[in-house]
Structures are given as structure tokens and as C-alpha cells.
Design a protein around this ligand. Structure first.
Ligand code: SAM
Length: 273
């Protein structure tokens, strides 16, 4: 997504969060809510995913963790609650401001901090682990991002990435175009490309876990109705069309999942040096 699109979406998310009277630390996540799965996958819901990610990262007490594309800090706060310290980077200044506010409200500002930075620019600091949740899909240059992560991690440091990837052959059709257009993605990467990029940057992949079965796209009729409503709204909306675009892209993503054209993959890798 473009920076402008993310900024609009972030403000919209915060407004919804206010309406819901969320308390500090609540409703901060900007990622999918997973359905229940088998024993390899996380338990359903946000807390289940946080616990699962924490286990995949390994011992957290005193670990210093980098969160790439940190949003409002949901993942880093969950890791800090388990003993980690960390830095979150996001391109969105609004997310940075709100995430740092949340850190203060939660009394975690001595453990975590959030900075505005594109993740394809060199990252300061040395980290024991890095995490990226639904962020890499937005990278225009995945090689530059992975080179940064590899440089920022200590030898043997772990990288856990959870990502929407195209299945081997992506359909060249309306859903793929709608997703790429509305989320301003150059193109969608497929799983093999991510694996090769990890290899190129010296990561040894310990495990790739397919969580696609836990992604629960809405039924086709609901998605069609949602697309019609969004398109109608977009026509008369004087401002905020970016937010509608983000949701239209989301509808296309759900359709691609429903058709078996996407994978939701967790990569657990270590820097091999
Ligand atoms: C889908 S959100 C996920 C946020 C967070 N990981 C979570 O799960 O709540 C994607 C995040 O990536 C960030 N992002 C997208 N492109 C970026 C870039 N080029 N550099 C830094 N952050 C970026 C967005 O601002 C947003 O914080």
C-alpha cells in the first residue's frame, strides 16, 4: 500500500477503536483474525496468534526484538508482556504516534519504542529476533528488506514472518488486479519467491507452516454485496476514498483465498552466520 493509503487506514482504524471504547492495548492489531486450526497452528483469535508467534520466536525474557511493519504495536506489546524489549518500524507517522502513546499508557515505554522508517532502509541496532506480520506483502523490494533484517540480527537470530503469498500460479484476472490496484502493490509474490529471497540473504529456513486453512474468507454472496456497497460509497464520498480502496482490496484478497489462490504462510528462519 502507498504511505497515504496506510495513513488514512490507520486513522480510520483508530476512530473505530475509539467508538468501541477500547482500553489501552486492546484492538491494536491490523492483521487477520484466524479461525481455529489443527495442533500446529495458533488457537483462534488475536491472543492465540500472539502466543503462537511468541513460541515460534523462542525464549523472550530479555530478548531484543525488531517488528517490521509494526502497525500500532500489537505484536510487540504481546512480546513485551512476555519479557522482550523491542523496536517497531512502520512507514506511518500516525501509527508511530499512537503506538508510542499506547506504550506509555501500558507502562511499557521503557521496553518498546516505535519509529517511523521504511523497512527497506537500513535499520539501526542489533536484535535477537525479528518478526513481520502481514507486512512483507507491501514491500516494493523484498530483497532490500531481507538484507536489512539479516544485517540487524545477531548470528543465529530468528526471523518469524507471517504473510499472504500467492499460490504457485496466481490467476491473472479481476481479483488479482483489484487487489494489486487498490493496495498499490507492484505485484503479488508467491511462496517460492519469498523462500528464494530468504535463501539469498543467508536465512536458513527451519520451518514453513501453512496456516491457510485458518483463514476464513466470507461467503461469495457476502463478498459480492460488500464490493457493491463499497463501490457505491466510494462514488459519493468526498474524502476517505483511500480507506474504501483498502477494503476493496481486502474483498479481492478474500476471494483469492476462497478460490485457493493464496497461502497464509509462517516462515521461521535463522540467520546462518
Ligand atoms: C497489515 S499492517 C500489519 C501491522 C502489524 N504487523 C499488525 O499485525 O498489526 C502492515 C504494516 O506494514 C507497514 N508498512 C507497509 N509498507 C511499509 C514500508 N515500506 N516500510 C515500513 N512499514 C511499512 C504499515 O504501515 C503497517 O504498519
Amino acid at each position: 500500500m502507498s504511505d497515504r493509503l496506510y495513513e488514512g487506514l490507520a486513522r480510520y482504524h483508530w476512530w473505530r477503536r475509539r467508538l468501541a471504547r477500547a482500553r489501552p492495548g486492546e484492538r491494536l492489531e491490523l492483521h487477520k483474525r484466524l479461525a481455529a486450526g489443527d495442533a500446529d497452528g495458533p488457537a483462534a483469535g488475536v491472543a492465540g496468534l500472539d502466543a503462537w508467534l511468541a513460541d515460534r520466536i523462542g525464549p523472550l525474557d530479555g530478548a531484543h526484538v525488531l517488528d517490521l511493519g509494526c502497525g500500532f504495536g500489537a505484536t510487540l506489546f504481546a512480546l513485551a508482556a512476555r519479557g522482550a524489549t523491542g523496536v517497531g518500524v512502520t512507514a506511518s507517522p500516525y501509527q508511530v504516534r499512537r503506538a508510542n502513546e499506547q506504550a506509555r499508557a501500558l507502562g511499557l515505554d521503557d521496553r518498546v519504542r516505535f519509529v517511523q522508517q521504511r523497512f527497506d532502509a537500513p535499520i539501526d541496532g542489533h536484535f535477537d529476533a525479528a518478526v513481520a506480520v502481514e507486512s512483507l506483502i507491501h514491500a516494493t523490494d523484498v530483497d532490500a528488506v531481507l538484507a536489512n533484517v539479516a544485517r540487524a540480527l545477531r548470528p543465529g537470530g530468528r526471523f518469524v514472518a507471517l504473510e499472504d503469498c500467492g499460490a504457485d500460479v496466481l490467476p491473472d484476472d479481476a481479483d488479482t488486479s483489484l487487489l494489486c490496484e487498490r493496495w498499490v502493490l507492484g505485484r503479488l509474490q508467491h511462496a517460492g519467491e519469498v523462500r528464494e529471497a530468504l535463501d539469498r540473504h543467508g536465512f536458513r529456513i527451519r520451518e514453513t507452516i501453512d496456516l491457510t486453512a485458518q483463514v476464513a474468507p466470507r461467503p461469495a454472496a457476502v463478498l459480492d454485496a460488500s464490493e457493491r456497497r463499497l463501490r457505491r460509497t466510494r462514488r459519493w464520498l468526498p474524502v476517505g476514498r483511500d480507506v474504501v480502496d483498502a477494503f476493496l482490496g481486502g474483498v479481492a484478497l478474500e476471494r483469492l483465498y476462497a478460490r485457493g489462490a493464496m497461502r497464509y504462510l509462517a516462515w521461521i528462519a535463522e540467520v546462518d552466520r
